[in-house]
Design a protein around this ligand. Structure first.
Ligand code: FRU
Length: 622
């Protein structure tokens, strides 16, 4: 084996100030390249970070901080071979004289060796033009599902599937952000890091008010799936005695494994079942959900399984949640709602969130509707892995991941990938004898309303244009619209920019549909897929099927019940449009990537007239 050394002296200094002199300690990095595969990076006087150059299309190399401990874990990093897309920080230990980083599976000639650098800082200034203004995003790197959502002592903790070493999926950690109002998020260091048991997949957390686990009353206890080729998918626990900031992994993990060796057995949701004073865990187990019970959060006993054959078929179940909601706000009529995230093969392609309304007797979930009934929580294409906060009292607040597995890894952002959709307050309403879940944006979003412009009421029988929605439109605003139908068959409007990129939103009244069409919304071809797919109507409330040419450039729709008036709240941010019909009876969330903000609007009708009784435009700002 041929070993070569390359010495790189960095201009990074650790400065110690004395009385009259200034002593500097130079940080140094030496590469010991052992053949074609393994390189050992020897660092003296380590800075805070080793900045790693990333090329997204490159294969993964394994990077490990070598402390000699059995817990040292390889991280999969797409180190630059021929071009640098961006850098990510690899944290080095503090207070040591030397540090060693071992890097496997990358050739000697790769560009990364010239570009890697030591630094005490990592610049997180936003560089993405599509980064949302008022939706939560990670500071940098990849994000998918919301995890472990919990409210405690005035703070909402949003953990999330996070890759700190690149803006595509990998190295699952639980990233962490904290907010007092669900709108302003403070980024914290990842709370639970990938380890030798595996990736830290999705899960939930609870506040252990009665100290059932023995870590102290009020401890936050988190449950997640450790996932690796070696161990499969096993359920693990970690606890936090500092209000959710840092977690200690339970030394006897895993707390639960599948009894039949299922490959897909993940995303534990834990909640307190008060009537029997016990904890219940739901784990998605391939195409069903499995229920377990525990008194101490550590020992779990199998209760039952539910879901085989329910909803769209045959689909993988992921990220369960189960919440109790009053019917039409009446607390004497409580029902249980099971959220089931499914992927792939949803209504508009890829991933989406279904739900089932029923009862729970402490052991079994009993669904009210027949197996083939399908109910969607959101009728757009970019709403997935929705789960709810624990410990929020009467409020049930869900947080969706605003993307779709079909194209999440290739959307046109770079520094970070994926945002959360607006947090939504869930409710239950009755329509034609069936129960449905409503999802309305949390009221806190109203606190972001700034400039307000109101257009006087008008009637449409041809076209009505608003040439400028806002004077300084940065692409983040809300529209509140009230429609009264007179004789129209179609009531609609387009939001568009100077480049004639548009989002077309309309009611197709004879068909009973609310449609959002993003075919011409801006950049749409990154998701182009050459295989056409036909989607069947899965919901009995919608009777049409349609052909799509493309995964991204398409229209989505939801069912609209006949009514003389409708309200629509439309939330536009740099790369998304979310619409909420009649207080959230229908929610629809879609990504868009316009080259300039949509600052114009044109209302149109077809087949008769309608009135716009209210058209308010609010600039939204944090
Ligand atoms: C859902 C999901 C989960 C899994 C996680 C991995 O989007 O596939 O089932 O825990 O993502 O990142």
């Amino acid at each position: 084996m041929k070993t070569s050394f390359l010495k790189i002296v960095q201009c990074a200094f650790a400065v110690a100030l004395g009385f009259s002199s200034c002593q500097t300690t130079q940080s140094e990095m030496k590469l010991e390249q052992q053949g074609d595969s393994l390189t050992v990076v020897h660092i003296t006087h380590p800075t805070k970070y080793l900045l790693l150059p990333i090329e997204e299309k490159a294969a993964e190399s394994q990077v490990r901080l070598d402390t000699g401990d059995a817990a040292d874990t390889d991280m999969d990093v797409r180190l630059a071979q021929t071009q640098v897309d961006y850098f990510v920080p690899f944290e080095l230990p503090a207070g040591v004289r030397t540090a060693t980083v071992r890097i496997n599976r990358i050739a000697k000639e790769a560009l990364c060796w010239k570009q890697m650098k030591l630094s005490d800082t990592f610049d997180t200034t936003n560089t993405d033009k599509f980064r949302p203004v008022y939706h939560h995003t990670p500071l940098y790197g990849w994000m998918n599902d919301a995890n472990g959502l919990v409210y405690k002592d005035g703070e909402y903790h949003l953990y999330f599937q996070y890759n700190p070493y690149g803006s595509v999926w990998g190295n699952m950690h639980w990233g962490h952000s904290v907010s007092k109002d669900l709108m302003h998020w403070e980024h914290r260091a990842p709370a639970i890091a990938r380890d030798t048991l595996g990736h830290i997949f999705s899960g939930s957390s609870v506040v252990d008010v009665n100290n059932t686990a023995g870590y102290g009353a009020g401890t936050i206890v988190a449950f997640y799936t450790s996932a690796s080729d070696k161990n499969g998918q096993i359920q693990c626990m970690a606890y936090s005695c500092d209000n959710g900031n840092t977690y200690t992994k339970y030394e006897k993990n895993p707390v639960l494994t599948s009894f039949d060796g299922l490959k897909d057995f993940r995303d534990p949701k834990v909640f307190w079942y008060a009537p029997e004073e016990k904890w219940v865990m739901i784990v998605s187990a391939d195409k069903e959900m499995r229920f377990y019970a525990s008194k101490n959060l550590k020992e779990w006993e199998y209760l039952s399984a539910w879901g085989e054959g329910y909803g769209v078929q045959p689909r993988q179940f992921e990220c369960p949640d189960m919440v109790q909601l009053p019917v039409n706000g009446d607390k004497s009529r409580m029902k249980w709602v099971m959220l089931v995230n499914v992927n792939p093969g949803c209504y508009f392609g890829g991933s989406a969130t279904q739900y089932f309304v029923g009862d729970f007797d402490g052991t079994h979930f009993i669904c009210d509707s027949p197996k083939e009934t399908v109910k969607w929580l959101d009728w757009g294409k970019d709403h997935y892995a929705t789960v709810c906060f624990s410990n929020t009292g009467d409020r049930v607040i869900g947080v969706p991941w605003m993307s779709n597995w079909q194209y999440a890894n290739i959307v046109p952002t770079r520094q970070y990938r994926s945002a959360n959709a607006l947090p939504r307050e869930l409710g239950l309403y009755e329509q034609a004898g069936e129960l449905y879940v409503s999802a309305a944006p949390v009221k806190e979003v109203q606190g972001l309303r700034r400039e307000n412009k109101e257009v006087p009421a008008f009637t449409i029988d041809a076209e009505y244009r608003i040439e400028s929605l806002l004077n300084d439109n940065e692409g983040a605003y809300e529209l509140e619209l009230h429609f009264t139908n007179e004789t129209a068959k179609v009531m609609g409007f387009k939001l568009f920019n100077e480049a004639e990129e548009e989002v077309n939103i309309y009611f197709d009244l004879p068909e009973g549909k609310l449609v959002m069409d993003r075919t011409k919304s801006g950049i749409v071809d990154f998701g182009r897929n050459s295989t056409p797919h036909t989607l069947e109507a899965h919901d009995r409330r919608v009777s049409t099927s349609i052909n799509y040419r493309d995964d991204f450039a398409l229209a989505t729709w939801g069912p609209v019940a006949k009514a003389p008036t409708h309200t629509l709240n439309v939330f536009v941010d740099k790369c998304s449009v979310e619409i909420f019909l009649d207080g959230g009876k229908i929610a629809m969330t879609n990504l868009v990537f316009p080259n300039a903000p949509y600052n114009r609007m044109s209302f149109y009708g077809n087949g008769g007239s309608y009135r716009v009784d209210k058209c308010a435009i609010y600039k939204l700002e944090l």
